[in-house]
Design a protein around this ligand. Structure first.
Ligand code: NAD
Length: 488
């Protein structure tokens, strides 16, 4: 019996007005249906926005420490349910269990961080150029926030948006990816049980083109926070009108390996960065830029490691690499392998869809790639890594920077001058030294430059994303004082 799930609007679990549903299959076994979900439409979004509008006054006037107490409870509940949520996530989108646990842990970390923020939400006080005048800033919520999220971190990414939005006093309309509606429903169930008042968080499931676009275009919504594909982000930016639009988009992240690097460590980093989450991370390392002196040695070492990686259902603890999220993603990886071969890349290992039920793809390594190849430029979002050779650090940095994206970067080197030069010159939101391109922590900013987007989430910058700053002047001189004019 396949379970039919509902959406959450104004504190009620409801069907869509459309009367339509969609199904999600298990990516590790495409014969198995995970559940049936409501195919929301524009009217559902409208109802959700109205509910969020009605709830705004009460929620924004609730003292932030009180809001923080509810968030703390959400954190406790996420912690208690971590294992169940992780298993559900692996079932729904395929990532291996150990990584799914990490995904839930990230949500727990973010929730606790933001809960405590309820007793901070700092503004600034500063001096005035005039006597007997006081100047400060205070934070205010934005209003109704539209949150549109992808499937690859189906609990962590919603938490990175929901928790700062809520602690700042906003109300929310949340649209998750149609590949992971169940994780979103379970997360919202926790929010409801922890005491988030009705109308404060509303969940509308359904297609991006209709539900997502209705959120983007809605004039009552003051801010859209989007994580997803670069092209979707560009469309959203065009359609959103005058509202705040925060975009976290794709990446084509390089690992630079210098000839003075610890090669064992670098191989570990490339395996984790390139093939962790089956290459489906915005921070996945899809390019290795390697010093020509160590290229042959590195390739020999990594090919041996790749051949040992075990594909399988992520619920099996012995599995290293789970399936891709859906058939389209599997086809995309296969197409890019064909493109890579046509472009003259040399396939060292992998490249095929294995004989398995589910959307699996072999971990794949191309070498002898050049930066004008599509496999070196475009985000594949699968387990396909391109190796590119460089003669020195300057060339490596130039190659690393010669893509449209700028999210995460890494350098393996034992030379402090190389490390600092890379930190200075790499065009990216993140640079790791002697670590892979993956490993963000919730209290530090996260985001990218160039086509990767226009924002930073995480830590205090998450608060910036979901609040507005008001400047306040208090003049206690008892006379007219004119700034820039009445200065002594
Ligand atoms: P996607 O852009 O296809 O979908 C993301 C969300 O947008 C989904 O909820 C989808 O339904 C919705 N959507 C689709 N079309 C829409 C439209 N026209 N209007 C409004 N909403 C619409 O992305 P995806 O396949 O779910 O996720 C993978 C992408 O996300 C990759 O490019 C990856 O790099 C990126 N990503 C970025 C980050 C980051 O923080 N920079 C993190 C994770 C994933």
């Amino acid at each position: 019996m396949v379970e039919r799930h509902k959406m959450y609007i104004n504190g009620e679990w409801v069907d869509s007005e459309s009367g339509e549903i969609f199904e999600r299959v298990n990516p590790a076994n495409s014969d198995e249906i995970i559940g049936q979900f409501q195919k929301g439409n524009e009217n559902d979004v409208k109802k959700a926005v109205d509910a969020a509008e009605n709830a705004f006054e009460y929620w924004s006037e609730t003292p932030p420490p009180k809001r923080g107490e509810i968030l703390f409870k959400i954190g406790e509940m996420l912690k208690q349910q971590k294992e169940d949520l992780a298993k559900l996530m692996t079932w729904e989108m395929g990532k291996v269990l150990v990584e799914a646990r990490g995904d839930v842990q990230e949500a727990i970390d973010m929730t606790y961080y933001m809960a405590a923020e309820g007793r901070r939400l700092f503004g600034h006080t500063t001096t005035s150029e005039l006597k007997e005048k006081f100047a400060m800033t205070v934070r205010r919520p934005l209003g109704i926030c539209g949150l549109i999220t992808p499937w690859n971190f189906p609990i962590a990414i919603p938490a990175w948006k929901l928790m700062p939005a809520l602690i700042c006093g906003n109300t929310v309309v949340f649209k998750p990816s149609s590949d992971t509606p169940l994780c979103a429903i379970k997360l919202v169930e926790i929010l409801e049980k922890a005491g988030i008042p009705k109308g404060v968080v509303n969940l509308v499931t359904g297609p991006g083109g209709s539900v997502g676009m209705s959120i983007v275009k809605n004039e009552k919504i003051r801010s859209v926070s989007f994580t997803g594909h670069r092209d979707t982000g560009a469309t959203i930016l065009k359609e959103a009108g005058i509202k705040k639009v925060s975009l976290e988009l794709g990446g084509k992240n390089p690992i630079i390996i210098m000839d003075d690097a610890d090669l064992e460590l670098a191989v570990d980093g490339v395996i984790w960065g390139g093939f962790g989450t089956t290459g489906q991370r915005c921070t996945a390392a899809s390019r290795v830029i390697i010093h020509e002196n160590v290229k042959a040695k590195f390739e020999k070492m990594i090919v041996e490691r790749i051949k040992k990686l075990r594909l399988g259902n992520g619920l099996d603890e012995k599995t290293d690499i789970g399936p891709l999220v859906n058939r389209a993603a599997q086809e995309k990886s296969r197409n890019y392998v064909e493109i890579g071969l046509k472009e003259g890349g040399k396939l060292l290992v992998g490249g095929h869809i294995p004989e398995m039920k589910g959307f699996f793809f072999e971990p794949t390594l191309f070498t002898d790639c050049f930066m004008d190849m599509r496999i070196a430029q475009e985000e594949i979002f699968g387990p396909v890594v391109a190796v590119i050779s460089a003669k020195d650090l300057n060339e490596a940095i130039k190659l690393a920077n010669s893509v449209e994206y700028g999210l995460s970067t890494s350098i393996y080197t034992n030379n402090v001058r190389n490390a600092f030069k890379a930190i200075e010159k790499l065009e990216a939101g993140l640079t790791y030294v002697n670590a892979s391109t993956i490993g963000s922590e919730v209290h530090l900013p996260f985001g990218g430059v160039k086509h990767t987007g226009n924002t930073r989430e995480g830590g205090i910058l998450g608060i910036e994303e979901f609040s507005e700053v008001k400047t306040v002047y208090v003049d206690y001189s008892g006379k007219l004082q004119r700034a820039q004019i009445d200065i002594e």
